[in-house]
Design a binder for this molecule. Structure first.
Ligand SMILES: N[C@@H](CCC(=O)N[C@@H](CS)C(=O)NCC(=O)O)C(=O)O
Length: 420
C-alpha cells in the first residue's frame, strides 16, 4: 500500500521523500488536490501536524511531519539501509550532511529568497548575514566535494538527496552563475545529482536562474492593524453621547483633508531648477566635463540646496558583486519618495571584493530632509558628510562622482548608478 504524502506538487521538501522512494522502491503518493492554505488548515490535517506545515506523511503506524524525518522513514521503510552508508561512521556522516545542508544552506537560501517573494520583510543586514553564511557553507561543501563525488562513501545516500533538494531553490531561483561559479565542485555535484534518473523523475528538467528575483516594491509593508480580541474583563467603552453636529461641521469632517505640504516646498525659492539640472545631466552625451559638470556648478545654489557625500558603513560585507549592486539598486528605488527634491550618484568601487559603495547626493535645503531620514531605512547604513564647496578638493571629488570618473580614488568602477 502506498504511503500518502500531503504536500503540493512543487514542494522541494516533499521531493526528499519522493526521491528516496524511487531509490528504495517504496510507493509514495502525493495526496490529490492538495491546496496550500486550505488542506493544511483542516482539523484532520492539524491532528497530523499541529502547526499545519507541510509535508506530512501518512503511514500505517501514524503520521510523520518534518521533511527530513519523513525522508528517513521512507528510506528505511523496506528494510534497506543503503541510503545511509555501510558503517556507523557513515550513518553519522549522513546525518551530519543532512543537518549541515538544512541549517547552513537551506536556512540561508530561504532567508534570501522569502523577502523576494514578499513572504518576509527585506532587511539589508539580514540579507548580508545570510549571504556571508551561505558563502561559508558553499566553501566548506566545495572543499569536501573537491575530493568526493558524493557526500558520504561512493554512492548516493540520503545526505545527497536532502542536500540536492536544499540546493534546488538556490540554483533554480536565486543564485546566478557568477555566484555559483566560485564553487565549481558544488556546481558539478548539483548538476550531476539533479540529472540522475531518480532525481529527474521528481524534479523534471532544472535550469539555473539568470537573475535574482527583484525585491518587492520599495514601499515599506503596511503594518496590519492589530485587532485585539476583547477579553471579558476589558471594560466596555462608554457609549459615545450622540450630539447632533451642525451641517457645515459634518461637511468639513467628511471633505478629504488637503495633503500637508512638504516643508521643503515652503523654503524660499531657489534659482536652481532641479529638473533643469537633471535634463542637462541626461542629455549631455559628449564633453561631459565641459558641458554637464560646468553647467552643474553654474546652476548650483548653495543656499537652496546642499551636497552630501555618503559612505557605506559595512563595505567589508560587500563580497558579492551582484548583491552589492542589488543593494544599491534597492536604495535608489526606496529614494523614489525624494525624487522632487534630490539628485544622487552612487558608485560601486573596486574590481575585486569587498566593493566600496560611495555616493554624492544633492538635497533641497541645508539638511538631509527629515522625511528621507525617517522613511528610507538605507540612510542609516551610510555615513553622511556635507560637502564643503569652498574646498576645491571636495568640489573636484563631487564632480568626479557626477561624471563617473575612472579610476575613482585610484580604483576601477564596478558600476555607477544615478538617481534623477
Ligand atoms: N522544517 C519543515 C519546514 C516545513 C515548512 O516550512 N513548510 C512550509 C511550506 S514549504 C509550510 O507548510 N508553510 C505553511 C505555514 O507556515 O503555515 C520541514 O522540513 O518539513
Amino acid at each position: 500500500m502506498a504511503l500518502i504524502l500531503h504536500a503540493t506538487k512543487g514542494n522541494k521538501n516533499a521531493y526528499k521523500a519522493l526521491i528516496a522512494a524511487e531509490y528504495v522502491g517504496v510507493q509514495v503518493e502525493l495526496v490529490p488536490d492538495f491546496q496550500m492554505g486550505v488542506s493544511n488548515k483542516t482539523p484532520e490535517f492539524l491532528k497530523m501536524n499541529p502547526i499545519g506545515k507541510v509535508p506530512v506523511l501518512e503511514t500505517p503506524e501514524g503520521p510523520v511531519f518534518e521533511s527530513n524525518a519523513i525522508a528517513r522513514y521512507v528510506a528505511r521503510s523496506n528494510g534497506d539501509k543503503t541510503l545511509f552508508g555501510s558503517s556507523l561512521i557513515d550513518h553519522a556522516n549522513v546525518d551530519q550532511w543532512i543537518d549541515f545542508s538544512s541549517f547552513e544552506i537551506d536556512t540561508n537560501i530561504m532567508k534570501l529568497y522569502l523577502p523576494r517573494l514578499g513572504y518576509a520583510p527585506y532587511l539589508p543586514p539580514v540579507e548580508e548575514a545570510s549571504l556571508t553564511s551561505l558563502k561559508r557553507a558553499f566553501e566548506a561543501l566545495n572543499t569536501h566535494l573537491a575530493t568526493n563525488t558524493y557526500l558520504v562513501g561512493h554512492s548516493v545516500t540520503l545526505a545527497d538527496i536532502i542536500t540536492t533538494c536544499n540546493l534546488y531553490y538556490g540554483f533554480a531561483k536565486l543564485l546566478v552563475k557568477s555566484f555559483t561559479s566560485e564553487f565549481p565542485h558544488v556546481e558539478r555535484y548539483f548538476w550531476t545529482l539533479i540529472n540522475q534518473p531518480n532525481f529527474r523523475k521528481v524534479f523534471g528538467q532544472v535550469t539555473q536562474t539568470d537573475a535574482m528575483p527583484p525585491l518587492p516594491s520599495a514601499k515599506k509593508p503596511a503594518q496590519p492593524k492589530e485587532s485585539k480580541p476583547k477579553t471579558k474583563d476589558e471594560p466596555k467603552k462608554a457609549a459615545k453621547p450622540v450630539v447632533e453636529k451642525p451641517k457645515e461641521e459634518e461637511a468639513e469632517e467628511e471633505a478629504p483633508k488637503p495633503k500637508p505640504k512638504n516643508p521643503l516646498d515652503l523654503l524660499p525659492p531657489s534659482k536652481m531648477i532641479l529638473d533643469e539640472w537633471k535634463r542637462l545631466y541626461s542629455n549631455t552625451k559628449t564633453n561631459f566635463r565641459e558641458v554637464a559638470i560646468k553647467g552643474f556648478w553654474d546652476m548650483y545654489d548653495p543656499e537652496g540646496y546642499s551636497l552630501w557625500f555618503c559612505d557605506y558603513k559595512y563595505n567589508d560585507e560587500n563580497t558579492v558583486s551582484f548583491v552589492t549592486l542589488n543593494k544599491v539598486g534597492g536604495f535608489l528605488q526606496r529614494m523614489d519618495l525624494a525624487r522632487k527634491y534630490a539628485f544622487g550618484k552612487m558608485l560601486v568601487i573596486g574590481s575585486e571584493p569587498p566593493f566600496k559603495v560611495k555616493g554624492l547626493w544633492l538635497f533641497r535645503g541645508q539638511e538631509i530632509p527629515k522625511f528621507v531620514m525617517e522613511e528610507c531605512y538605507d540612510m542609516e547604513l551610510y555615513e553622511w558628510t556635507k560637502v564643503d564647496i569652498s574646498d576645491e578638493a571636495q568640489k573636484e571629488r563631487a564632480s568626479q562622482m557626477i561624471e563617473d570618473f575612472e579610476p575613482f580614488e585610484g580604483e576601477a568602477l564596478l558600476d555607477a548608478k544615478c538617481f534623477k
